[in-house]
Each structure stands twice: as C-alpha cells, then as structure tokens.
Write a protein that binds this ligand. Structure first.
Ligand SMILES: N[C@@H](CCC(=O)N[C@@H](CS)C(=O)NCC(=O)O)C(=O)O
Length: 273
C-alpha cells in the first residue's frame, strides 16, 4: 500500500492511500481518517460510500465529517466509486462506467473484468484496514445517492456486520429507476437485480439494527431516487429507524454537510461510543 498524502486534521490524520486491487484488477485509491483517539488503540469505523461522478475525494473534502469523527473517536473510510485506469471500460454518460460502479460485481462484458465494487468494498478493502488502528468488530456504514444505495444494500446483504446504516438522498429503488435499470442491465445482465435494490431488500428482510435516512424536499433527482419506496417498505416492515424529508434541501454536499453530524451521532450510539 502506498501513502499518497497525510494531513493533520482535528487532532487526527487524514490519509490517502493507493493499492493494487486484486478484485478490480487495477490500482485503487481511498481516504482514511484516523481520529486522535486512534493513537491510543483501535477505534470503530464508519464507511462512507459516495455517489455518481465522485472519487474518494469528494466526501473527504466536502462532507465535513472529520470534525465530528474526531470528537466521537471514529475512523472514516472513503472508497472510490469505480475501478480506474486507461484499460478500464467507460461510457460517455456520467451515470455509467467510471464514477458509477453502483456497488455491484459486474458479470457482463465489457464491465466484468474490473467492475467488482461490491467485493471491493465488502471484502478486499476491509482486509487492508488491518494495517491501521481500526476495530473491525465495530463497523457502521453510510453513503450519499448511489452511495446511499450501496450502504443500504451492503448493510442488509451482510447481516451482523454493521451496527447501523444511514443514507443521504439514497437511490432507493434502482430496479425501477433510470438510475439503476440501465446500469444493472449492463453490469448484471439478467442477474439478480432485486439483491441490489434497497426497497426490495427492506421489504424482504430489513436490517438488524437502526436505520437513518435523510432526503431533501428540493432534491432535483427525487424522481430517480424514489424515496417513497423505502419509506413505505420501512413502515410495512416496522423497521426500527427514522426516515426524514428535510425541507428545502437539494442533492448537494451542502445538504450532506448539514446533517453529517446527526448521522455520526446516530452511528456513535449504535457503536457504543
Ligand atoms: N453531474 C451530474 C450530477 C451528479 C451528482 O449530483 N453527483 C452527486 C452524487 S449523485 C455528487 O456527489 N457529485 C459530486 C459533488 O457534488 O462533489 C449532473 O450534472 O446531473
């Protein structure tokens, strides 16, 4: 693993690291924030999965999460959203290919050779965190938009792994949205689309911990996100958690940074901090 940068941040350290990914068959870059408490021993960790067009850098520089994480004593991981490199397939549309891995393992050409973001985030990257003072028995997960979809589907698909899950303006029902149908057809072909649909997973099995979901009432992508499908599924299942529509907020990082403190407090409680 190669350190690309390290910056002091709220008494802790913001690292950017690059490594050769076995599952994505390319170099991958991620951000890792270690709070000051990590100097005394392993700390719980919150995964932050980002949205369309993002790299590891957007949330790391724009979500404002580090101040809260430093106060609470929580590490933050910021993975990239797709494989990278010249030989990695791409698409002209911003919502396909690079920057749009959708946290699935592609099975179809030309995507299958590199687009394995589910395995990357769920299996490979956690294995690499053993080099750092991070307590992998205490994990929680959050994400924004496509990353909210990733957080919810990974949490519900990995029972017992995450103490809590939250999402900012998640894509809630990709198998019935233009943010999902096109990508699942390309990446997964006729494979199991429902296994990657948060609202269908919520209806089918729910999550064995608390859920927090925030979406802005002025979100310009609301018709693609379909928040009503997750709200309905949570209520029908009696899922412990909160589903909130935040008045006046749009899809941007101004929305994320407004509520990131709420989300970190929510995860801290579930993680026993
Ligand atoms: N570029 C797209 C929008 C993509 C977008 O809003 N991406 C969100 C996540 S879905 C994001 O976080 N963008 C990066 C940023 O704001 O830093 C468009 O113009 O329609």
């Amino acid at each position: 693993m190669e350190p690309l940068s390290e910056n002091a941040c709220f008494g802790g350290s913001q690292l950017v690291l690059r490594h050769g990914s076995r599952v994505c068959a390319c170099d991958m870059t991620f951000g890792l924030y270690l709070p000051p408490q990590a100097q005394d021993g392993p700390v719980p960790v919150l995964w932050y999965l980002s949205g369309l067009t993002c790299t590891h850098e957007n949330a790391m520089t724009k979500a404002g999460a580090q101040a809260h994480a430093a106060h609470l004593g929580m590490a933050l991981v910021f993975p990239d959203t797709s494989p990278r490199g010249e030989d990695v397939a791409d698409d002209d549309a911003f919502d396909m290919g690079k920057g749009a891995g959708f946290y699935v393992d592609a099975t179809e050409a030309p995507w299958a050779s590199h687009y394995k973001m589910r395995s990357y985030v769920a299996d490979e990257l956690p294995g690499l965190l053993g080099d750092f003072p991070v307590d992998m028995d205490r994990q929680a997960i959050t994400g924004h938009s496509m990353g909210g979809h990733g957080a919810l589907t990974l949490a519900m698909g990995s029972p017992g792994r995450f103490a809590s899950v939250s999402a900012f303006s998640p894509i809630c029902n990709p198998s019935a949205s233009d943010w999902g149908r096109k990508q699942f057809a390309a990446y997964l072909g006729d494979g199991d689309h429902a296994a990657h649909d948060a609202s269908l997973l919520m209806a089918d099995r729910g999550f064995d911990g608390p859920v927090l979901c925030d979406t802005g009432t002025a979100d310009q992508f609301a018709d693609l996100l379909r928040p009503e499908t997750l709200a309905q599924a949570m209520a029908a299942r009696r899922q412990p958690g909160a589903f909130r529509m935040q008045k006046g907020y749009d899809h941007s990082y101004f929305f994320v940074q407004t509520f990131i403190g709420d989300h970190l407090d929510f995860h801290a409680e579930a993680l026993g901090l």
